[in-house]
Design a binder for this molecule. Structure first.
Ligand SMILES: Nc1ncnc2c1ncn2[C@@H]1O[C@H](COP(=O)(O)OP(=O)(O)O)[C@@H](O)[C@H]1O
Ligand SMILES: N[C@@H](CC(=O)OP(=O)(O)O)C(=O)O
Length: 452
């Protein structure tokens, strides 16, 4: 059995739905379908998830919302019309969207999560109606029905192990197609909580593991995962095979084509992942496989830059002789609920790299003051425009001289490198640069490994 997930770019309109249905019905093994919310139909379009966020905000702020609701409703109507679906069949989906403001939510964060989740819920329900209308045996299955249980904050949920015992009890007929909405689960108290943005990939992976799929096919809008972001490098080389570990490191730093948290269930279930293009399903795409027995063909598999970082640089003479210095800093971060991403250090220096999205300006001031008071460093600097470039490849393991091939093109392009960290995993090297240099750094390193 295969789990197939279609991204928002693939299910943005009626034509997209028709192409997805062609793919689903071309292979009897494709029995579990996961939908995202309708995405952008063109670069200037707005994703339904973003419209739902706007809808939720207007409700929270008690502002008029009819125009946003209308924009959402017409997206689903256009898809239904493409298949001549009778109006009365679409009505329950529209009613639910219209009634969202009347729901009971523990607080505004849960309200936002419930509104957002309805992008995928409505699309999955619509997909099942369309499939039924076309004569297929199909069942629409919500996370409540299947038992996708989550904890964590309402807009950044994490799946809990109970989900897998519940999915083990889930039964389906061999002949029926099952359509699940992506992106959300149900908390133990019965409320909707969504994964982080792009999280329908996570639902697909949970179902692939929980329902024991042989393959997880992730359909998107590119022919493959490329060795660099195609928006940064022209015509980058496609990656035909890579390991879970390589993908984990690359998606963490910014290969947005596949969500980094979606790898964990796939790894736990040992389910290979095939990223493919909805418009060209005949192309092989990229296969993501377990590490065991993997023979890399290249030294470097992929290069990526994440620009959503910031760094706290501290210098204190004789830091190496102090005890508890780092501990006190980490305690301050923990008290403010801020995780750190990386912590490269020198004899008298330490740099703590943080996710910039998790700290606002006021928090930066607060933690800087508290750290200054607690450890009295000789120098404390907040670097706001920090980027992390990751060079990843199983082929780099035990290879001598790779660091030189990475750094020399950066030097040629006069790109400053304030930090280098050879990952403990030995399959990645992390380079700190400033935001403005990040894309140039990717292009320079890509050129060295893939063009010359
Ligand atoms: N290395 C990469 N290879 C392929 N696509 C990438 C890469 N890095 C970033 N992307 C971007 O990811 C996009 C697909 O991801 P996403 O928009 O989340 O798709 P979907 O709507 O199918 O979930 C591509 O259109 C591309 O712009
Ligand atoms: N619709 C959600 C979840 C998702 O996975 O979307 P997509 O498959 O379009 O990346 C979002 O926009 O974040």
């Amino acid at each position: 059995m295969k789990v197939v997930k279609f991204g928002g770019s693939s299910l943005a309109d009626g034509e997209g739905f028709a192409q997805a249905i062609k793919i689903i019905t071309a292979d009897p093994e494709r029995r579990v379908i996961v939908t995202s919310a309708p995405g952008k139909r063109n670069p200037d379009d707005i994703k339904v998830t973003d419209l739902l966020i706007e809808y939720a905000q207007r409700v929270i702020e008690q502002k008029p919302y009819d125009d946003v609701l209308h924009q959402i409703v017409v997206r689903y109507q256009a898809i239904a019309n493409h298949f001549n679906l009778p109006d009365d069949q679409l009505e329950p989906i529209i009613d639910r969207l219209r009634n969202l403001p009347n729901g009971k939510y523990p607080n505004d964060n849960y309200l936002l999560a419930a509104f957002k989740a309805h992008g995928e819920r409505s699309n999955a329900q619509l997909m099942s109606l369309v499939l039924k209308h076309l004569g297929y045996e199909v069942r629409f299955v919500t996370p409540t029905m299947a038992g996708i249980r989550v904890t964590g904050t309402p807009n950044n949920a994490t799946v809990i192990p109970e989900t897998y015992s519940l999915l083990d009890q889930f039964t389906a007929k061999q002949s029926e197609l099952l359509v699940f909405p992506g992106f959300y689960g149900i908390t133990l108290a019965g409320h909707i909580a969504t994964f982080s943005r792009g999280g329908s990939d996570i639902t697909g992976a949970i179902l692939a593991r929980g329902l024991h799929a042989d393959l997880y096919e992730n359909f998107t809008d590119v022919d493959a995962i490329y060795a660099a972001n195609p928006n940064v490098v022209d015509n980058p080389q496609p990656i035909s095979r890579m390991t879970y570990r390589e993908m984990r490191e690359l998606s963490y730093a910014g290969f947005s084509v596949f969500h980094d948290e979606a790898l964990i269930p796939a790894i736990e279930g040992n389910v290979p992942i095939n990223v493919k293009n909805t418009q060209h399903p005949e192309k092989p795409g990229t296969l993501i496989v377990p590490d065991k027995g993997f023979q890399p063909s290249d030294i470097v598999t992929g290069i990526v830059s994440g620009k959503h970082f910031a760094a706290l640089y501290l210098h204190k003479y004789l830091l190496n002789k102090q005890t508890g210095f780092t501990l006190r800093i980490l305690q301050i971060l923990a008290e403010h609920n801020i995780p750190y991403e990386h912590m490269p250090s020198g004899i008298d220096d330490i740099t703590i790299i943080l996710d910039r999205n998790l700290v606002n300006d006021q928090l930066i001031d607060t933690i800087s003051n508290e750290i200054q008071e607690a450890v009295n460093p000789d120098r404390l600097e907040w670097i706001d425009n920090y980027a992390v470039t990751m060079v990843v490849g199983e082929g780099m393991r035990n290879r001598i001289g790779v660091i030189n091939d990475i750094l020399s093109p950066l030097a040629q392009h006069h790109i400053a490198v304030p930090m280098i960290n050879q990952g403990a995993s030995r399959i990645s090297i992390m380079i700190g640069t400033y935001d403005d240099d990040a894309d140039d750094a990717v292009r320079a390193i890509y050129h060295r490994f893939f063009v010359n």
